[in-house]
Design a protein around this ligand. Structure first.
Ligand SMILES: C[S@@+](CC[C@H](N)C(=O)[O-])C[C@H]1O[C@@H](n2cnc3c(N)ncnc32)[C@H](O)[C@@H]1O
Length: 245
């Protein structure tokens, strides 16, 4: 994911430094979790991971990638006649994703606020998403919420679907990197038809925990060997740059 400070590319180097300095432990608290890149890395190594961030989208990713340890079965959703014909796909998650990808696009919050048609009345209509992709994002987001309200999603299934949507949105947004502004010409990525992609499910059989919090306020609750601190690089918070996510 494009995110200021995403440590995806430098984590192996950071790990080398940790080993080199003899910093030992089996648990890590990712205090400013963001995209969860660091948490995912240590979870894969078998560490017990706690993660926290102010941003709600980060919490969704944390619940799906970090706290969740099981492949979703969608046992309430898949028997429904509307979803069950999609049997040829490999896993329950793939079947649900395939179903969401087939829904008729409907107008909603993203279409009405972040696409040119939805904001035609503004002097500069917004070009965050193409009209069709804006509707598809709305359809998928609204369907996930309806399933949740109808009690059809168990455990972390809700967050796994939200995380899939959040990750996919990044591939179609017409922004240079942050959502503070859109580009005035269409980036080729933004005009491709939106196709929802499933996230990777990571399991390490530890009791990993996700928090949507000011990490300072929960610090006393976390029992950890290693504290990983990657704060914002200046006094500006992240919400104005990532509000859409
Ligand atoms: C530099 S980014 C971290 C990037 C992360 N390491 C990654 O690889 O994606 C800083 C993060 O800290 C979060 N943040 C800032 N102040 C916070 C606080 N007091 N408690 C929790 N999260 C905070 C921001 O929302 C942002 O996601």
């Amino acid at each position: 994911m494009r995110y200021i400070g995403n440590k995806e590319n430098v984590i192996p180097r950071m790990y080398e430094i940790l080993i080199h300095k003899g910093i030992a432990g089996r648990s890590l608290f990712d205090f400013f979790s963001g995209t969860t890149s660091v948490s995912k890395f240590y979870k894969r190594l078998g560490y017990t991971v706690s993660s926290s961030d102010f941003m709600y989208f980060s919490y969704c990713l944390q619940k799906a990638y970090i706290e969740n340890n099981s492949t979703p079965t969608f046992e309430r959703l898949l028997p429904l006649p509307i979803v069950s014909p999609l049997k040829s796909c490999a896993s329950p998650l793939d079947r649900v994703i395939a179903y969401l990808n087939e829904l008729e696009p409907e107008e909603g919050f993203i279409y009405n606020n972040y696409t040119p048609e939805g904001t035609y009345h503004l002097s500069q209509p917004r070009m965050y998403f193409s009209n069709e992709n804006g509707k598809k994002i709305d359809t998928i987001r609204q369907q996930i919420e309806r399933w949740k309200n109808d009690n059809l999603l168990l455990g972390n299934e809700y967050y796994i679907l939200l995380a899939s949507l959040i990750e996919t949105v990044s591939f179609y947004a017409n922004v240079a990197g942050v959502y503070a502004a859109f580009q005035k010409k269409w980036d080729p990525r933004a005009i491709k038809p939106f196709i929802l992609r499933p996230i990777e499910i990571i399991s390490n059989r530890q009791e990993n925990r996700a928090y949507h919090a000011d990490s300072m306020k929960i610090l006393n609750q976390i029992n950890t060997d290693i504290l990983y601190l990657d704060p914002p690089y200046n006094e500006r918070q992240y919400a104005p740059n990532y509000h859409i996510l």
